[in-house]
Design a protein around this ligand. Structure first.
Ligand code: MN
Length: 389
């Protein structure tokens, strides 16, 4: 790596945040030039305190203000700057004393810090899907304008990025996003009627946060990834395909115009895409679990059933429709997943709640950040009003 990466981790106490710290351990062990400047959490102050003790960042943001007060009263770290609230996040996203953001925030809350980070010239490793789903066009324009780079922290998009290195983008004929199929891959449509929260949270291959785990069960996760792929790789939606691959060993593939296909493979472990985002285009040695092909005598593939996984079909339709609709898709899905996790709706209701918001929308189509945030809020309010007890 050329210049020292001075890193802020947004959402350091979540699953991606903790994995990012493990990756940073490995990079430091390998004498990479890296410095950890800021950590942020919503309210997990105990875990944050452990991370501060180990990594000595110069500052932290605790978004929830009660948790921040709690932290101030209970912990005393010398010379630690403590910020709180959304404004704390925006503050460090815009500061020029750090030059690389790892954005592992959950939901649309990740969008504005990303924009401020780009505007202040930072490169970004992005785990927050909502940023590109809701504002892909805006963000990609902004990246060009500020000459900054955005690396996906997602196994599929990292795989695609790795496959297209050294290739002429004009020779890419299609992108094949692989999907595990989630816990309900073998269920019939009728069997989906009465699945429980625990069933849906029981992902076969990946250990992740709750929101993304439910998205994997509905396959909305793959739908969001199709939308992200369009923005990250500037590819026509008709050339982005989804293929179920239950073993999650092939993380995605790229087909070229001569018929050749490149795939990126590995044990499902988020540390690999996280590390690639930090070392791109180089690679650094690691002791993460390695592939033993003798244990995978068979890799399987199947076409996703779009009647069963309605959310995936909805995502394709929304991408074709374009405009403000991906914003509505994203926020209505977030609320629907939240309602499901609170046991207020059934699993099979999720796509219908989303469709209703998409169908009912008659507001502004403008794609400014202001209108994106406003539309997002409108959809949330609509749905929460409907589900007030
Ligand atoms: Mn993924």
């Amino acid at each position: 790596m050329s210049k020292t990466k001075i890193i802020s981790i947004f959402g350091s106490t979540g699953s991606i945040g903790c994995n990012s710290l493990n990756v940073i351990d490995n990079l430091i062990k390998n004498n990479e030039s890296i410095e950890l400047k800021y950590l942020t959490t919503y309210s997990s102050i105990e875990k944050l305190a452990e991370q501060i003790a180990k990594y000595s960042p110069s500052g932290v943001v605790i978004v929830n203000k009660d948790a921040a007060d709690n932290f101030r009263n209970n912990f005393n770290f010398k010379d630690l700057e403590i910020l709180s609230g959304r404004e704390g996040l925006m503050e460090i996203a815009g500061r020029d004393d750090n030059n690389f953001m790892i954005n592992a925030l959950v939901g649309i809350s990740g969008l504005e810090p990303t924009i401020d980070a780009i505007r202040s010239g930072k490169d970004i490793a992005l785990a927050n899907k909502e940023t590109l789903v809701a504002a892909g066009g805006f963000v990609t324009e902004l990246l060009k304008k500020h000459n900054t780079l955005l690396f996906p922290i997602d196994s599929e998009h990292s795989a695609i990025l790795q496959c297209i290195q050294g290739e002429n983008p004009n020779c890419v004929s299609s992108i094949i996003l692989t999907a595990s199929g989630g816990p309900f891959r073998k269920y019939s449509i009728d069997e989906l009627d009465n699945v429980s929260i625990e069933d849906a949270l029981n992902h076969p291959n990946w250990k992740m946060g709750k929101k993304i785990t439910i998205d994997s069960a509905t396959m909305m996760n793959k739908g969001l990834e199709v939308i992200e792929a369009k923005w990250l790789f500037d590819i026509d939606v008709n050339n982005i395909k989804v293929l179920i691959h239950p073993e999650s060993i092939i993380h995605s593939m790229v087909e070229f115009n001569d018929g050749s296909v490149k795939a990126q493979l590995g044990i499902p472990d988020m540390k690999i895409p996280i590390q690639y985002s930090l070392t791109f285009p180089e690679r650094v040695r690691s002791d993460y679990p390695k592939m033993d092909f003798r244990k995978f005598s068979q890799l399987n593939f199947e076409e996703p059933d779009l009647l069963k996984f309605k959310c995936l079909q909805i995502a394709y339709d929304v991408l074709n429709k374009g405009g403000i609709y991906p914003v509505i898709l994203n926020s209505s899905n977030e609320i629907a997943v939240d309602l499901f996790l609170k046991d207020r709706i059934k699993f099979k209701d999720i796509p219908y709640l989303i469709l209703k918001q998409l169908d009912d929308y008659n507001g502004s189509e403008e794609l400014s950040i202001g209108n994106i945030i406003e539309t997002d809020l409108l959809i949330r309010n609509n749905m929460n009003r409907e589900f007030v007890t």
